[in-house]
Ligand binder design. Structure first.
Ligand code: ATP
Ligand code: MG
Length: 139
């Protein structure tokens, strides 16, 4: 079994939270941990630090902080790849072509507000799970 970190981003939470959770259940992922929070700028900047030099970085941080996110540890055989496949491509116009049933094809507004995040590999998953669930801590 493998863990991945999924995040329902603010636009996903605003409009499609229940449908996305329904898809996660239908995909037979076990939700091992979950936490709803409005991310601080500092946390969002650290979370997406590998993109800090991209032209869209400040927009991305603003977006991720604008309302609550739901962070989920999903566990399943091959969870990282399976969750990425369920999300579909980053840009919804590509997702609608390549993976019309994917979450981003259905629920993304645009390439920025694309409704969900998923770790890109197992090491990244471990790091971000430790960061998110360690950093925000127990309430
Ligand atoms: P994520 O890491 O959120 O799962 P991803 O791995 O599909 O998404 P990345 O390249 O890691 O894509 O980009 C991280 C996030 O930055 C995207 O999900 C999206 O919200 C935002 N983003 C990516 N490219 C652009 C862009 N060209 N313009 C605006 N925002 C973008
Ligand atoms: Mg990514």
């Amino acid at each position: 079994l493998e863990d991945t970190l999924a995040v329902i981003k603010p636009n996903g939470m605003e409009q499609h939270r229940e449908e996305i959770l329904q898809e996660i259940r239908a995909g037979e992922f076990s939700i091992m941990q979950q936490k709803e929070a409005v991310l601080s700028r500092e946390l969002a900047e650290e979370f997406y630090r590998e993109h800090r030099d991209k032209p869209f970085f400040s927009q991305l941080v603003d977006f991720m902080c604008r309302g609550p996110c739901l962070m989920l540890v999903l566990t399943k055989e091959n969870a990282v790849e399976e969750w990425r496949a369920m999300m579909g491509p980053t840009d919804p116009s590509e997702a609608r072509q390549a993976a019309p049933d994917s979450l981003r094809a259905r629920f993304a507004r645009d390439v920025l507000e694309n409704s969900v995040h998923g770790s890109s590999n197992a090491q990244h998953a471990r790091q971000k799970i430790d960061f998110i669930f360690g950093e925000i801590g127990e309430e």
